[in-house]
Ligand binder design. Structure first.
Ligand SMILES: Nc1ncnc2c1ncn2[C@@H]1O[C@H](COP(=O)(O)OP(=O)(O)O)[C@@H](O)[C@H]1O
Ligand SMILES: [Mg+2]
Length: 160
């Protein structure tokens, strides 16, 4: 099965797409796994909005969180750039679930990003979305430009 979802760049759309995906895949997961599965999709979708469509850099996000202005800055950007879209595709083939999340941004280099983050303190409040997602998913892979991520989960005991 294959299903596509298109959302605008705002928190309500992110919430409702996560709920919809949840009802589309919940038959495949135990409750704890479903939560981690949805968390990964949520993190990748938030990244598509904030870093992709809104062009918030790693440094800007850190700075805004430190100055406690992150929510304010984000809602300004939602007003200005909320029309930008995120394209999500869910594919289930045999025991493999693949989700692609694509944004309208300029992309980034994942290798350079990993280097940057390892220099940072592990206790930082940002810079964990990709790490958390890699923890549960079997594969997290970016296209060359960096504006589309493909995350893959292999189900251990799904019969087709
Ligand atoms: N879709 C994207 N477009 C551009 N840059 C991205 C995208 N996704 C992630 N990034 C970059 O990777 C960094 C790490 O992402 P993440 O682990 O989710 O941490 P955080 O979002 O808290 O910064 C982001 O700060 C950003 O620089
Ligand atoms: Mg993030």
């Amino acid at each position: 099965m294959e299903k596509k979802y298109i959302i605008k760049s705002n928190l309500r759309d992110i919430d409702s797409v996560i709920k919809e995906i949840s009802s589309d895949v919940n038959i495949f997961f135990a409750a704890d796994d479903l939560r981690e599965f949805l968390l990964g999709i949520y993190e990748m979708t938030v990244n598509a909005v904030e870093h992709g469509n809104f062009d918030i850099t790693y440094e800007m996000k850190k700075e805004w969180l430190r100055n406690d202005v992150y929510e304010e800055e984000l809602s300004n950007l939602i007003n200005k750039l909320g029309h930008k879209q995120v394209f999500i595709k869910l594919e289930i083939y045999k025991n493999i679930i693949t989700i692609k999340v694509k944004d309208e941004g300029k992309g980034f280099n994942i290798q350079e990003q990993i280097k940057k983050q390892t220099m940072d303190n592990i206790l930082r409040e940002s810079g964990r979305g990709i790490i958390i997602t890699k923890h549960f998913f079997d594969d997290v892979c970016y296209n060359e430009k960096g504006n589309e991520v493909t995350i893959t989960k292999i189900l251990k005991n799904k019969l087709d």
